[in-house]
Ligand binder design. Structure first.
Ligand code: 5RP
Length: 230
């Protein structure tokens, strides 16, 4: 059995707060990563207790976990809109700007977030930053056909993500470059990335997050867009 760390406890506390938003009949987007896994496990407990929900998952790993807990997981290809998505983040700031994608699922996570009426980020306190760009690199998903061209366009800030001695591949079969950009003008960086043919997605979430539950030493704070967040 693995020992639970303080940060595990905070991830679970944030997940528990977010799960309170889930209601019978909802279609839920399931994020990816260790914090999202806490939310999926808690949802599984509520489903076992009679909650009627359906879900879509942002990764094979999250789909497998959810199904193992008895959660009905639909193919997102058949789903035009979602009620509520719960997902983790690598960094989040008071503007509710987030960096996502350390787990490589940022493209599916972005699409699912955009399809959602409401997107909730859950995190332990280590993810809270004054302004994104402090700790986590920005992951960029790259069409393998365009690898060399896109890496040249991204410049020296970009490092191709590896899995051992091979390039890391996302669930979509694409490459990832982790990029240490200066995010002083983060909107301009996002637009520049979106203008590069062969870039399929990136981990800057500037408009998608509606609310964040962030737990530190067991205390959960809630930041809603509009409450001082842009
Ligand atoms: C995966 C993600 C994750 O939500 C993010 O990396 C946070 O993961 P964790 O909760 O394990 O720290 O964006 O693509």
């Amino acid at each position: 059995m693995t020992a639970q760390t303080d940060s595990d406890g905070d991830k679970d506390a944030a997940a528990a707060a977010a799960i309170e938003e889930v209601r019978d009949g909802m279609l839920i987007g399931l994020g990816t990563g260790s914090t999202a896994a806490h939310a999926i496990r808690r949802l599984g407990e509520r489903v076992a207790g009679g909650l009627a929900i359906r879900a879509v998952a942002t990764s094979h790993a999250s789909a497998t976990l959810a199904e193992s807990l008895g959660i009905v997981v639909l193919d997102f290809a058949d789903v035009p809109r979602i009620d509520l998505t719960i997902d983790g983040a690598d960094e989040i700031d008071t503007r509710l700007y987030a960096v996502k994608g350390a787990g490589g699922a940022m493209l599916r996570e972005k699409v699912v977030a955009e399809a959602s009426d409401r997107m909730v980020v859950i995190a332990d306190g280590s993810k809270r930053v004054a302004a994104i760009g402090t700790k986590a690199p920005v992951p960029v998903e790259i069409l393998p056909f365009a690898r060399a061209f896109v890496l040249r366009a991204l410049g020296e800030a970009a490092v191709l993500r590896m899995a051992g001695d091979r390039p890391y591949l996302t669930d979509n079969g694409n490459l990832v470059a982790d990029c240490r950009f200066d995010l002083a003008d983060v909107v301009a960086v996002a637009r520049r990335l979106e203008a590069i043919p062969g870039v399929l997605g990136h981990g800057l979430f500037l408009d998608q997050v509606d609310v964040a539950y962030i737990a530190e030493a067991g205390v959960v704070s809630r930041l809603e867009r509009g409450d001082g967040a842009s």
